[in-house]
Each structure stands twice: as structure tokens, then as C-alpha cells.
Design a protein around this ligand. Structure first.
Ligand code: MSP
Length: 517
């Protein structure tokens, strides 16, 4: 693998980030970090989508300029991702000058090519979707099914993009590449939507919407959000219709573009058509994740039940985001909906991260100190059949990530940890020590510690801080690439002293965790 490029959807800045937005960024970050363990050239893009009628209206309501409003809210997303240790390579804002200019050129190129034309139009506009809807898209009450609001009737002169020109090519691409849409069960949905597509409006009259990117040479129109927003994936890399940058040539096409299932249509139809019109290669995969509910209820502004990642961290007095990252990343099988509940969160991370994984390392190291003063003796270092299981787990985890099955991959790590815990229980090193079978006792501890190095590497994308703290105690190089992992990390000699041992994750309800600020 010579490079890996992944992107998230860019979030609307009309509100603050909630854990649904966070889910997507965590999922993508875990994928990105995993592939960073397989290539030196991994790149992750995220950002904010800042134009459109909603921003224009909301900023006017509170009496500040749209740009000031965007600056204020974009910062909330940047802060939230910092809190969650999202290690993106680049954060793009659609108000960035480089993006704005590149979008204008893209529009111009398509206009010159004849793929964009002007037409007068009367349509049903949903400001929630920032899109025109057809009658067929509406529910039985005539409302947008996503926003439960009746769309406005809008009559305007607009520019249109010839989506229909690319219909057959898109259908062919989706049929010939069954793994293009992940999970593949969503492909049929898209193929059905393709049956009814029409050319799409790609600009708005400034008399109705003025917070957008100006169409070059036409002062009456601004570019409508989806052309603007979708282009971010290439403009961020420095795509320019005349002179694409080296970075663009290096990373495009994207390996996987992560988005929510609600915007799959835009990414598997509009986005493909746009790329085809620009004669650019298509992304290799679109991963459409499911929705996160709160206590099994849809999160929404109107219900007032949106939970911010910050409030979860604060209510559990967490100083590191690892537990929340782990919980979110494993909350649903690939593409399915997941749920957040405080009780389930606490129970799951206490069981997996504290009781199983953290405790295993802690008690193994403590025994090494108690019985051997923290020293690995030459006679402890011995092959064990568990090494094969550990090596197999690396391959299984890689295999799941090849299909972007992030939760399924974590399950393999949990299984390995469970096997190691069982091995300790079955072999009872404390009994071996009592019986003065010191070599056997040392061999059991060594086997576990060696396999724990693999656990460290595999858990790192989900829980980077915990993994680093485990690696520190094991004297293991966390930057080891997955393909270079050898089961010879634990060397003869002193590994650790009593003072160097510390718990890597405290149970969320433990007294220590609660007192820690
Ligand atoms: N701005 C557009 C995306 C443009 S991408 C070129 C948008 N923004 S959004 O803020 O509404 O949503 C951003 C991402 O968050 C989307 O992928 C969306 O699916 C995801 N989520 C928003 N709420 C969500 C949940 N409750 N659960 C999981 N993800 C959800 O759409």
C-alpha cells in the first residue's frame, strides 16, 4: 500500500457538534490511524460546510455577519475534534479562499464544457437538506422525510448540471464495482434513486440566497451548496482545473470517503457525476455509516436531546477521550445504526478497557515485579502457540479494516484479550510461584506480555492514549508498522520496576476516576 486518503463529510456549522458528528469523525480517525500503521502516506481530511440559506438566516437572526457566525461555530468543531484526539491531516472550511477560487474554476470549466446550463425553474426546496426535492422524495404529508418540514416552492432562474448525461455511466460503475458502496446492501437503494434522476440546480439567485460562492462573470447567482461542498475533497488537496498540485496527484482518488447514510445519494450520484464531468478518477469506496441515536431516540435540535462529546467527557470526569472513542467506534456493525446510553457506555468500557485489557497488563506486570523484580530471564523466552493466535489476529483485524468493518475488527482484539485472560487463569502463575515452578511462571508472564504488544498496536487506532501508556510499560515501540510486528519485543533483562507500573484505564465509576479532574 503506497498511500491512503480518507475523508469525512464536512459538517454544517449552523449548530454545535453532537455525538452523531463525533461518531463519523471517530470512525474515520480510527480507519486513518489503522492505515497509518500500514503506510507512511496516509492522509485524513475533515472540515466544515459553511455556505447556504440556513447560515444566512441564523446569522441574521442573531445579528452578526455570516462569516463571523461561521468562524464562531467552526471553532466549536475544531475544539471538539481536539478533545476527541481526532488526528486529521487537514481541516478545510468552505469559506477558505483556496477552496472558493477552485470551486469557481470548477463551475466555469463545467459551464464551458456544456455540462452546466441556465434555465428557469420552479421547484420544492428543503432548506434542511439545502436541496431541491421532487414530489417522489416527499412523505405522505408532503414533507421532507428527513426534516419533517414542507419544502418551499421556489421559482428562480438557476444554473443546472447535466446529471442525466452521466446516469448510465454511474449505474455501470456501481454495478461493476459491487464493493464501491460500503456496505454493499445500500447499492440497490442508490440504483433505485438513479432511475428517477433529473438534472440538478447548482446555483441560487442572489435575491434569495446570497451567502455562497459567486458564479464568475454572473453577479446574479451564487453556487449552490452541494457543488461547493462536494468539491472540498479535491480542493483541499490543491486541485485546480488548470494546474493540479503534487499533493492532489499523490492522494487522489480517495481510498474511502466516510459519510452518513442520509447523504449517500449526494456522494454516490452527484459526486460521481461531477468527477466524471471533470475527467477525474472516482473514489475507491464510499462508506455510508448508520445513525447514532440517544437512548434509542433520534437526536435533533427540535427535540433538544443532542448530546455533545464534551458533555459526555465531563459527566464522567474523563481526561482522555479513549473510552468514548472506543465506545463510539464499536457502537454498530459496519453501516448499521448505533445507540449511545450512559449506562451502556460505562458498562462496556469498564468491562473491555478496565477489567479485561487494562487489568490484564497491570496484574501481569505486577507479578513480574513481585516474583522476578521486573526481570525477564532468558529461560522465560519461549515460543507459545498463543503467538500464532496473536499473529492471526493481526491478519483478521487487517482484513476487517480492508472492508472498513471497524467494530468487527475491535471484536477480534477483544477475543484475543479474552483468550489471554483465560490463559492466565488456566495457568495460574501465582500457583506456579507458590509451587516454586519459577521458570514456568516466568514463561506464562512472558507469553502474555509478548502478546500484549500486539494488543497495543491493534488497539492504538481506537484508544491512542491507553495504547501509548501500555507501550510505555512494555517498552514497546508503538510506531511499529503492522507488517513489521515480530513476536520478539520483550527482551531478556529488567523490563519494569514497581514505580513504573500504573493502571492504563480507570473504571469510570472508580473513586480514583471520579476524583481525577
Ligand atoms: N454539510 C453536509 C455534508 C456535506 S459533505 C460534502 C451535511 N452536514 S451535517 O452536519 O448535516 O452532517 C454531517 C455528517 O454527520 C453527515 O455525514 C451526517 O450523516 C452525519 N450525522 C449527523 N447526525 C448524525 C447522527 N445522529 N448519527 C450519525 N451521523 C450523523 O450533511
Amino acid at each position: 500500500m503506497d498511500k491512503f486518503y480518507t475523508t469525512t463529510a464536512i459538517d454544517y456549522v449552523n449548530g454545535a457538534p453532537h455525538i452523531g458528528h463525533a461518531y463519523e469523525k471517530i470512525l474515520t480517525d480510527v480507519i486513518y490511524r489503522h492505515f497509518s500503521q500500514r503506510t507512511d502516506n496516509a492522509y485524513m481530511l475533515t472540515g466544515t460546510d459553511e455556505h447556504g440559506i440556513k447560515i444566512q438566516k441564523t446569522s441574521a437572526e442573531i445579528g452578526i455577519s455570516p462569516k463571523e457566525f461561521c468562524d464562531m461555530n467552526a471553532q466549536k468543531f475544531i475544539d471538539a475534534w481536539k478533545l476527541l484526539d481526532i488526528n486529521y491531516s487537514q481541516f478545510i472550511r468552505t469559506t477558505d479562499e483556496q477552496h472558493t477560487k477552485a470551486v469557481q474554476k470548477i463551475f466555469k470549466k463545467l459551464l464551458e464544457k456544456g455540462d452546466i446550463y441556465k434555465n428557469s425553474y420552479t421547484g420544492l426546496y428543503c432548506s434542511g437538506c439545502e436541496a431541491f426535492l421532487s414530489e417522489k422524495d416527499l412523505d405522505e404529508d408532503g414533507c421532507c422525510p428527513n426534516h419533517k418540514k414542507k419544502p418551499e416552492v421556489v421559482s428562480e432562474e438557476n444554473y443546472f448540471f447535466k446529471l442525466t448525461k452521466y446516469k448510465d455511466k454511474i449505474i455501470k460503475h456501481i454495478k461493476e464495482n459491487p464493493d464501491f458502496i460500503v456496505p454493499s446492501f445500500r447499492a440497490n437503494e442508490v440504483l433505485n434513486q438513479l432511475e428517477n434522476i433529473e438534472d440538478i440546480s447548482v446555483s441560487r439567485a442572489k435575491t434569495n440566497v446570497n451567502w455562497g460562492i459567486d458564479v464568475l462573470d454572473d453577479e446574479s447567482q451564487v453556487i449552490y451548496v452541494w457543488i461547493d461542498a462536494l468539491s472540498n475533497y479535491i480542493t483541499a488537496l490543491g486541485y485546480d482545473t488548470e494546474n493540479p498540485s503534487e499533493k492532489f496527484k499523490k492522494y487522489w482518488p480517495a481510498d474511502v470517503q466516510v459519510i452518513g447514510k442520509d447523504i449517500l445519494k449526494f456522494h454516490s450520484i452527484y459526486w460521481l457525476a461531477l468527477l466524471m464531468a471533470l475527467d477525474l478518477p472516482l473514489p475507491k469506496h464510499i462508506l455510508a455509516h448508520g445513525w447514532i441515536t440517544i437512548d434509542e431516540t433520534k437526536m435533533s435540535k427540535s427535540l433538544g436531546n443532542a448530546v455533545s462529546p464534551k458533555s459526555v467527557m465531563e459527566s464522567f470526569n474523563m481526561t482522555e477521550p479513549d473510552a468514548f472513542r472506543y465506545y463510539m467506534a464499536t457502537s454498530a456493525p459496519c453501516g448499521k445504526d448505533g445507540n449511545y446510553s450512559d449506562d451502556d457506555f460505562k458498562e462496556k468500557v469498564n468491562a473491555h478497557l478496565a477489567n479485561s485489557m487494562g487489568n490484564l497488563l497491570n496484574r501481569t506486570l505486577s507479578m513480574l515485579v513481585k516474583y522476578f523484580d521486573g526481570e525477564i530471564k532468558a529461560e522465560f523466552i519461549k515460543e507459545n502457540e498463543l503467538f500464532d493466535k496473536a499473529k492471526r489476529t493481526i491478519e483478521e483485524v487487517k482484513h476487517h479494516f480492508d472492508y472498513y468493518e471497524v467494530a468487527e475488527a475491535a471484536q477480534k482484539i477483544v477475543e484475543l484479550v479474552d483468550i489471554l485472560n483465560k490463559y492466565v487463569t488456566d495457568n495460574a502463575p501465582w500457583t506456579l510461584a507458590k509451587e516454586e515452578k519459577m521458570t514456568e511462571c516466568g514463561q506464562v508472564l512472558y507469553t502474555v506480555l509478548e502478546c500484549m504488544c500486539i494488543v497495543v498496536s491493534l488497539i492504538y487506532p481506537y484508544c491512542p492514549t491507553i495504547a501509548k501508556n501500555m507501550a510505555k510499560q512494555l517498552k514497546y515501540d508503538i510506531n511499529t508498522k503492522l507488517d513489521n510486528i515480530k513476536l520478539s519485543n520483550i527482551k531478556e533483562g529488567k523490563l519494569i520496576s514497581k514505580e513504573e507500573i500504573f493502571p492504563v484505564f480507570l473504571r469510570l465509576d472508580s473513586e480514583l476516576a471520579t476524583n481525577k479532574k
